[in-house]
Design a protein. Structure first.
Length: 312
């Protein structure tokens, strides 16, 4: 009998928001990402059954542990994560719970992948090694998407605010630094791969200019990291505003995003606002305090989260 069958393993990982560095992080630039207090939780129950059963609000799927399927929706990241291990100790039941919608750009793919990788590693008796978890989860996501910087994975694994560069990777947690933050959803989301392809096409037409834009975004991320280390939130807000202009130059802004950015900037408690993520929809983020009674768009209540991936 497998002694691991009796264990129930419960792991959660936070959602994330990109503060600085979108797009350029795919070209070797620094980025700044933060974890938020919306979490994805994976409960893994080893069983004597000859099945792996996955359940969540998105549905149910199952397979034999020695014949795991190629990644398939809606659990493509789950199957990819399971297949990344050489073997599973037994069958199991995997329950996935989320406190945020996968339709909103809070890094749900990264969060579920990190939580599941951590849970299976714990099931197999492997060390709680955050760097190993990051590399493992990043590789899983790249196997599904074809690319991915790993910045959102770093935020999920380490929590708080993290300075991140994909080449290395270089991961610099900035603990003990939090500021009020707000977000609103544009009501639609252009797939990240489509936005990246659009930026790539534009950069081929103007390679020198786009290279300079990526360098400026890198400079914003480096300056933003310095501001966080000093807890100089006013400076970070100014840098976010500048970064938004670079988003527009990349061609990933639109009317709905811009309307929300300027609505945030009209709030007296906001220090800066920009698109969070690849752009052309999804979320706009503000640094500072926003009051529901005056803001013209629905707010998603979030806070920065110091805790990264954790066994519950």
């Amino acid at each position: 009998m497998n002694n691991n069958v009796s264990k129930v393993i419960r792991v959660s990982a936070p959602g994330t928001l990109m503060l600085l560095g979108e797009h350029a992080v795919l070209h070797g630039a620094w980025s700044l990402v933060c974890a938020i207090n919306r979490r994805m939780t994976v409960t893994l129950r080893p069983t004597h059954n000859s099945k792996v059963i996955i359940t969540s609000a998105l549905g149910r799927d199952e397979a034999a542990p020695d014949a795991l399927p190629a990644p398939r929706a809606p659990f493509q990241f789950v199957w990819a994560a399971l297949r990344s291990f050489s073997s599973l100790p037994s069958g199991c039941e995997i329950e996935i719970e989320s406190s945020f919608s996968e339709k909103i750009g809070f890094g749900s793919s990264a969060a579920v992948t990190v939580a599941l990788v951590a849970a299976v590693r714990a099931w197999q008796g492997l060390a709680w090694d955050r760097e190993a978890m990051h590399q493992h989860a990043r590789d899983v996501i790249r196997s599904v998407q074809g690319q991915g910087s790993g910045a959102d994975v770093a935020g999920c694994v380490f929590g708080g605010i993290v300075a991140y560069r994909a080449h290395g990777p270089d991961i610099v947690p900035l603990p003990g630094r939090t500021c009020p933050i707000a977000a609103t959803y544009c009501g639609y989301k252009t797939p990240t791969a489509d936005v990246i392809a659009r930026v790539d096409d534009a950069s081929k037409r103007q390679p020198e200019l786009f290279n300079q834009l990526f360098q400026l975004i890198n400079a914003c991320a480096i300056a933003g990291r310095d501001a966080v280390e000093r807890a100089d939130w006013a400076s970070l807000g100014e840098i976010m505003n500048m970064h938004q202009g670079l988003h527009e130059a990349l061609g990933v802004g639109d009317i709905e995003c811009a309307a929300r950015v300027f609505a945030f900037r009209n709030e007296p408690g906001v220090l800066g606002a920009k698109i969070s993520g690849s752009g052309l929809g999804d979320c706009v983020t503000a640094l500072g305090t926003v009051h529901n009674d005056s803001f013209p768009y629905p707010l998603i209540p979030i806070e920065m989260e110091e805790k990264g991936v954790a066994r519950e």
